[in-house]
Design a protein around this ligand. Structure first.
Ligand code: SF4
Ligand code: SF4
Length: 152
């Protein structure tokens, strides 16, 4: 069973990152910004091309929204959740995030291995087989490109 590290501080509702131009929410990972969630947000600043928002339902550090979106109840479930350093889940999320990055690094090692095999065989069947494997491995790495997997 997951531990509840929540300190009920409300900090995660004070700094929500949003790309309004592309309708993307940087909260429990990165996902499309729903109309309902957008309605709750009050922009208070900018960081690069992202807006930093405050949720209008937060009063005295407590959520007053009795019909809060499911994502608020789940947060932070993703290893790529955007969380303040004060959050009780910070350490746990950091460890999960590192574990995901480690998986991607292993995939990259496999890519190097199969690229070497591909470059050293003249056998057409083997070339096709290695190319197929490489395509699959690269697609798995690319799935995380939104989180910067090319630099891991
Ligand atoms: S920032 Fe973390 S500890 Fe604070 S309310 Fe949000 S989930 Fe809980
Ligand atoms: S609805 Fe509640 S839990 Fe969700 S962001 Fe707003 S204040 Fe936080």
């Amino acid at each position: 069973m997951e531990k509840d590290f929540c300190k009920k501080c409300g900090d995660c509702c004070k700094q929500i990152f949003v790309d309004f131009d592309n309708k993307m929410l940087y909260f429990d990972g990165i996902q499309p910004l729903s109309e309902d969630f957008a309605q709750m947000l009050v922009p208070i600043g900018k960081k690069g091309n992202l807006s930093i928002c405050y949720c209008k339902h937060l009063k005295d550090n407590k959520c007053t929204n009795h019909q809060k979106p499911a994502i608020c109840n789940q947060y932070p479930s993703s290893p790529f959740a955007y969380i303040p350093s004060s959050c009780g889940f910070y350490g746990e999320t950091f460890i999960k995030n590192e574990a995901e990055k480690q998986k991607i690094r292993k995939l990259k090692e496999e890519i190097i291995h199969y690229e070497a095999l591909l470059n050293t065989t003249a056998n057409k069947k083997e070339q096709q087989q290695y190319s197929r494997i490489l395509k699959t491995l690269k697609a798995r790495v690319d799935k995380y490109s939104i989180y910067g997997s090319e630099d891991w």
